[in-house]
Design a protein around this ligand. Structure first.
Ligand code: NAD
Length: 479
């Protein structure tokens, strides 16, 4: 059984409770893990605080921290196949996607190792003789990290790498459904030589572990990736205690296609944008917004290709899309498909579970395409987090922008056009944290990621993602 990692040791949960981890492809048990609770959280936070105060990591040199981050990156690559396989067994996503995740997080560890000099004190020009002044970048202290189930390894690494670079201690809580690659990450952190107590891992549910972690008086910062509903509660709770908080929440991301775009490429990417990992992606491009004069042909072709998507076991190299993560999530996506039809969207593809016998035990749902959608429809407004495209039409540039911004979220969006100036004009008016032009999906370790509006507070990645984990200290000195 896999256990919790507290103060440098693997240990049982205080209550001895366990949880089975299920493969969403066939519902087989992949592993048994310890199921933590409030006492475990308290032990982990105390260990993190003692390590922080002890100073072996919080007062280490930047060179020591960079060396450790690079060692973790090397270990992630050494064990890439094993980690990718584990991620696929745990989440259902394809091996190709899981391998990309391992490469991406390796790049994130290397990025923060390579840019750690940003933490050197910054001299401030006082303009006064006999006075020197500087900004130090101090670690915040004990950071709580709570991650969702859709990108388990990736989301936790986006937090762990910058937090460690800045010298913090941490307690991580992965989703209770998909903890396996986070457990592996903690094995690698220990192997890389991170001092005991700096990084601690408590497995368990949001209620039993996540909430006590957020509420713990000795936690200085909460970094959360997950749903808007949980994020709201965390913002309230952390606000009451005046704790620092960073929130990466949901998205309802417009994919805007003008008639003058390279349509063949736009169609290829529209399918990937919406159906990658079964649409269980915060930046999924499930809201397709297409110029009127190409709309009918465009959505007909999207539907034809959606019908051809090969569902299957993520471990099979020719699978294009795996199952959804859980029975509960499948039921939620099914409900949205029903609501779409009830509200008058025209079903062009999918809308049901697959018929194949060999997919019967998995949490599969056919890629679904709705046409004639309008902005008031629930499927257009809510983050369905499933493989459901809704297609709306626009007649002018202004209308495209208006529709693209008509959402409570503001995480990501894309514009497709052969006219560079037009694409730039539209991009500049979209209220989303990332805008792709003639592409969909790439992000870079060196570029900030996060949301406008209700998609969150703060940013991950890039220089800002590092400074989220720092307290600037101004030292003003008379010589
Ligand atoms: P969720 O909010 O249900 O759970 C996320 C995590 O929070 C889990 O670890 C869960 O156990 C924990 N949690 C639940 N209740 C809690 C509480 N009261 N206190 C503390 N922790 C609690 O979200 P989910 O269903 O796991 O993930 C899907 C959501 O994540 C989607 O909305 C998606 O858009 C979002 N997401 C956002 C990004 C981003 O970069 N913005 C990335 C990935 C996923």
């Amino acid at each position: 059984m896999t256990r919790l990692f507290i103060d440098g040791s693997w240990c049982e949960a205080a209550t001895g409770a366990k949880r089975s981890i299920i493969n969403p492809f066939d519902q087989s048990t992949v592993a048994e893990v310890a199921e933590g609770a409030e006492e475990d959280v308290d032990r982990a936070v105390r260990a993190a605080r003692a390590a922080f105060t002890g100073g072996r990591w919080s007062r280490s040199t930047l060179a020591e921290r960079a060396a450790l981050l690079n060692r973790v990156a090397d270990l992630l690559q050494r064990d890439k196949e094993e980690i990718a396989r584990t991620e696929t067994l745990d989440t259902g996503k394809t091996l190709v996607e899981s391998r990309v995740d391992v490469d991406d997080v390796t790049a994130v560890f290397r990025y923060y190792a390579g840019t750690i000099d940003a933490l050197r004190p910054r001299r401030v020009d006082t303009g006064q003789p006999g006075v020197v002044s500087r900004i130090d970048h101090e670690p915040v202290g004990v950071c709580a990290m709570i991650a969702p189930w859709n990108y388990p390894l990736l989301q936790i690494c986006w937090k762990v790498a910058p937090a460690l670079a800045a010298g913090n201690s941490l307690v991580a809580k992965p989703s209770e459904i998909t903890p396996l690659t986070t457990i592996k990450l903690f094995e690698l952190l220990a192997e890389a030589g991170l001092p005991a107590g700096v990084a601690n891992l408590v497995l368990g549910t949001g209620k039993a572990v996540g909430a006590p972690l957020v509420e713990h008086p000795d936690v200085d910062l909460v970094s959360f990736t997950g749903s808007l509903a949980t994020g709201r509660w965390i913002a309230r709770t952390a606000g009451e205690a005046v704790k620092k908080v960073a929130l990466e929440l949901g998205g309802k991301n417009p994919n805007i296609v003008f008639a003058d775009a390279d349509l063949e490429t736009a169609i290829d990417y529209a399918l990937i944008a919406a159906f990658l990992h079964g649409g269980q992606v915060c930046s999924a491009g499930t809201r397709l917004i297409v110029e009127d004069r190409i709309y009918d042909d465009f959505v007909t072709e999207i539907a034809r290709r959606a019908d051809a998507v090969r569902l299957g076991n993520g471990l099979d190299e020719d699978t294009e899309s795996g199952p959804l993560v859980s029975a509960e999530h499948l039921a939620k996506v099914q409900r949205y498909a029903e609501i779409g039809q009830r509200e008058g969207a025209r079903l062009l593809a999918g809308g049901h579970r697959p018929d194949e016998k060999e997919l019967r035990d998995g949490f599969f749902f056919r890629p679904t395409v709705f046409a004639d959608c309008t902005r008031e429809m629930t499927v257009v407004r809510d983050e369905t987090f499933g493989p459901i495209i809704t297609a709306e039409r626009f007649r002018s540039e202004d209308e495209a922008v208006e529709l693209g911004n008509d959402t409570d979220y503001g995480l990501a969006g894309a514009v497709w056009s052969g006219e560079g100036d037009k694409a730039e004009r539209v991009a500049a008016r979209l209220r989303h944290g990332t805008v792709w032009i003639n592409d969909f999906g790439p992000y870079l370790p060196q570029a900030e990621w996060g949301g406008f509006k209700r998609s969150g507070i703060g940013r991950e990645l890039g220089p800002t993602g590092l400074h989220e984990y720092c307290e600037p200290r101004h030292v003003y000195r008379n010589l």
